[in-house]
Ligand binder design. Structure first.
Ligand SMILES: C[S@@+](CC[C@H](N)C(=O)[O-])C[C@H]1O[C@@H](n2cnc3c(N)ncnc32)[C@H](O)[C@@H]1O
Length: 248
């Protein structure tokens, strides 16, 4: 990782540690949009029936830009990996779908988020979820151990997206699928945005041009890479939902 990449990562980590501790105000300078996170959660695609059983400590840290489990067609018994699991919302929704025979692993680099997600799992008595501290560029997961990989508004935050996609490819089993909700740009972002650490933490400055983003997924070896939904987010960036498969 370059010095600049490391600086970005430390800033992003600090930002999400504050969110986990409840000290980050939720305004236009965060990934999370409007101040009411429950209304925000509904705005980005979570259903009332999904949110109603989740404690405030889960819904209160929603910071994604979509609802990837809604698109993943999860089946009982599957092993799911959530990259950048935050407070755990997608991991908990996935855990319900894969049932007691399945398992969900959430990976996040921010200790405070992992701590919060573990407390949430205890609070909800969810036993088929495990949260691991680690970086999505160096996943603490064995080769081919995962059926389905999900991620919600995280990969844009990584200064090394090639490494993220090659790690995603490594941990998926042959024929496994990946469902990502993320932020991309339409065209190149101006340098003053790219250099702004606050805009990195806000899921803007790290957004790659959509074509480049999809090309990186293909370069990692994925096939049938498809944008299944796209919404305008703010200005030059949009939220996309991407599905891709590891060849069988
Ligand atoms: C925008 S939040 C999204 C959290 C969660 N996916 C959600 O939808 O609520 C980004 C999360 O990714 C984590 N993160 C950012 N960069 C990461 C990296 N390189 N490796 C691991 N986790 C990372 C942050 O700590 C934070 O919890």
């Amino acid at each position: 990782m370059t010095k600049k990449g490391e600086k970005i990562k430390q800033h992003v980590k600090k930002h999400y540690a504050e969110l986990a501790k409840g000290t980050s105000c939720c305004d236009a300078s965060t990934c999370c949009g409007p101040s009411s996170r429950t209304s925000y959660a509904k705005m980005i695609g979570y259903l009332d029936e999904e949110l109603k059983d989740l404690p405030e400590s889960v819904t209160g840290t929603v910071a994604g830009c979509g609802n990837p489990t809604a698109l993943a067609n999860l089946k009982e018994g599957e092993v799911v990996l959530d990259l950048g699991s935050g407070g755990g919302i997608d991991a908990f929704l996935a855990a319900k779908k894969v049932g007691p025979e399945g398992k969900v692993i959430g990976v996040d680099m921010t200790e405070e988020m992992i701590q919060l997600a573990k407390e949430n799992a205890e609070r909800m008595k969810t036993e088929n979820v495990e949260f691991r501290l680690g970086e999505i560029e160096n996943l603490p997961v064995e080769d081919g151990a995962v059926d389905v990989l999900i991620s919600n508004c995280v990969i844009n935050l990584s200064p090394d997206k090639d490494k993220v996609f090659s790690e995603a490819f490594r941990v998926l089993r042959p024929g496994g699928r990946m469902l990502i909700s993320d932020i991309v740009s339409q065209g190149e972002l101006p340098d003053e945005i790219r250099e702004n650490l606050e805009m990195w933490a806000a899921c803007v400055a790290g957004a790659l041009d959509e074509k480049d983003y999809l090309q990186k997924i293909m370069n990692a070896g994925f096939e049938k890479v498809e944008v299944i939904a796209k919404n305008d987010f703010i200005g030059m960036v949009s939220s996309i939902k991407v599905r891709a498969y590891k060849p069988s």
